[in-house]
Design a binder for this molecule. Structure first.
Ligand code: SAM
Length: 321
């Protein structure tokens, strides 16, 4: 992450993006335990499907996090530096952000997301709803260096939705460190974390009866077909999302329903019957794990808020002096 005076991203060419996508897919499918890159779940359709997931009765995280924000956003913002800028990682539709915007009234809002068309649409909606707010979207992969507009010394970096849980520990620490730097010594980092709970509740949230999460998962194959000239038959892969108690994570998977061969940009990949392709981890935290991650990223835990069942947490962190 670098700061720049303008909200201008260097124009990465479509060919560069496509090559990066192809490299990530080839690397993931060449492993003995096949993986596909999680961030690519979010193209325009993937982002729309994620919004639909957030409305599902089984998907408790969104409504639980929104309820906590409704109750505590006004208290939370009291500790923020005056005139801070709000920067959100993985902003999606910026829906729950409105609670923070209303309480905080930041100087500017910088939503950062990899899903470009969805980000632009969300920014346009926000500008119409908040005509006095400077909305400066940045389309970027936040795991790689990216530019943000340099607007002031103190930032509040917001990372809701437990997107942190999609990253393994070292990557999660690296992301939090990057956020601490971006926040600045007077700034804050606010992170939403989905907490450990009975596995049946968690598994239901990722295997809804209407099949929306399954469509979200298989859409990654549709995207690979479209962008990498592949011939996946998505219906030949079953969606599953078991809770792995050893990892403490939901492991979202596509299971090959038969022995099959798939061509991707001219390269051949074999899938045996029952073979697992992991598409996403979604870690469920204990309070101790959250504290340990924050400490490893040189962040101090200032305060945490939970719902009454302790299903979801919002952590207010500040860079260690
Ligand atoms: C789980 S959704 C959360 C959306 C929203 N913040 C919420 O709380 O409902 C994850 C969001 O992060 C974005 N995202 C995932 N990986 C990303 C990456 N590496 N760089 C930038 N954005 C990413 C996705 O496009 C998506 O909008």
């Amino acid at each position: 992450m670098r700061t720049r005076p303008h909200n201008v991203q260097p124009a990465a060419s479509y060919a560069d993006d496509r090559q990066r996508f192809a490299r990530a897919v080839f690397a993931g499918l060449s492993r003995p335990d096949k993986h596909l890159p999680t961030a690519y779940l979010y193209d325009e359709r993937g982002s729309a499907l994620f919004d639909a997931i957030c409305q599902l009765p089984e998907y408790y995280p969104t409504r639980t996090e929104v309820a906590i924000m409704r109750e505590h956003a006004r208290t939370m913002v009291q500790t923020f530096a005056a005139n801070a800028v709000l920067i959100e990682y993985g902003s999606g539709s910026s829906l729950k952000t409105r609670l923070l915007l209303d309480a905080m009234r930041p100087r500017a809002y910088v939503p950062v997301d990899i899903s470009g068309a969805h980000l632009d649409a969300a920014a346009a909606t926000l500008r119409a709803e908040y005509p006095a707010l400077r909305v400066m979207p940045v389309c970027a992969d936040f795991t790689r260096p990216f530019d943000v507009p340099r607007l002031g010394p103190a930032n509040v970096v917001y990372f809701p939705g437990s997107t942190l849980g999609n990253f393994e520990r070292d990557a999660a620490v690296a992301l939090l460190r990057q956020m601490a730097t971006l926040a600045g010594p007077e700034g804050h980092v606010v992170v939403g974390t989905d907490m450990r709970k009975p596995s049946a509740i968690v598994e239901r949230a990722y295997a809804d009866a209407a099949g929306v999460t399954a469509a979200f998962n298989r859409n990654l194959l549709v995207r690979i077909n479209r962008e990498l000239d592949a011939d996946f038959a998505p219906e030949r892969f079953e969606h599953r999302a078991p809770f792995d108690a050893d990892r403490g994570s939901i492991v979202m998977q596509l299971i090959s329903r038969c022995q099959q061969r798939v061509l991707i940009a001219g390269r051949r990949f074999m899938f045996s019957t029952g073979e697992i392709v992991v598409t996403e981890y979604s870690h469920k935290y204990t309070p101790g794990e959250v504290a340990s991650l924050a400490a490893a990223a040189a962040l101090e835990l200032e305060q945490s808020w939970y719902d009454s069942a302790g299903w979801f947490g919002i952590q207010l962190l500040r860079p260690r002096a």
